[in-house]
Design a protein. Structure first.
Length: 199
């Protein structure tokens, strides 16, 4: 069985790289707007006009600080001043560049390794934007060009209502035996939550 291990590893590596390439191509395609009349960004708390609903989009990510990984591209946004979040709703795209803040949590609590996935010293970026959409069904594409990662959520907006659409990060795990998720390993996926319910 051992003699097949190098071949299995090679196949897994190719599959991983192919997946990254596909994600990069999808994100690049969704970065271009095909329309400009789907949503407008809303500032303040003015009343929502009839026939429209407001959606507060929130997302965050914590990354390692710049220079943490040897050989990482100088162009990488990890640990830099701003980090890009891509949103595309029904063909209208926007790339929001969010300012980061240094974020440190203890790696150990009372001598025990912390199980908090954000334990450690890094940079945290928090996206919070409100958009106004016509009442009805919409497809929301959420992408991270830096990872690359994307997910898609189908939502329905009711006239006069305000919604909170959250993209909650789930990080990859450390190696065994701890098997604890950590931002140092990067993004595994995002859970999508609308009005407090997982979708």
């Amino acid at each position: 069985m051992k003699r097949y291990a190098p071949y299995v590893s090679a196949v897994l590596m190719i599959m991983t790289l192919s997946g990254c390439g596909a994600a990069e191509r999808t994100i690049a395609a969704r970065s271009a707007s095909e329309r400009s009349d789907v949503f407008t960004e809303v500032a303040g708390n003015e009343a929502t006009p009839s026939g429209y609903g407001d959606v507060l989009i929130t997302a965050n990510i914590k990354t390692h600080l710049e220079g943490y990984h040897r050989g990482e591209s100088k162009a990488s946004a990890h640990g830099k001043e701003v980090y890009p979040f891509l949103i595309n709703i029904d063909g209208q795209a926007v790339l929001w560049k969010v300012a980061g803040k240094k974020h440190e949590l203890p790696l150990q609590v009372d001598g025990i390794t912390s199980r908090d996935p954000e334990a450690g010293n890094g940079m945290k970026y928090v996206l919070k934007k409100k958009v106004r959409l016509a009442a009805g069904a919409h497809k929301v594409f959420f992408g991270l060009p830096e990872e690359p990662y994307f997910t898609v959520a189908d939502i329905t907006v009711t006239s006069g209502e305000t919604y909170v659409l959250e993209f909650k990060p789930k990080y990859w795990h450390k190696e065994l035996p701890t098997h604890i998720p950590t931002f140092f390993k990067g993004i595994n996926k995002y859970d999508v939550v609308l009005k407090g319910s997982l979708i």
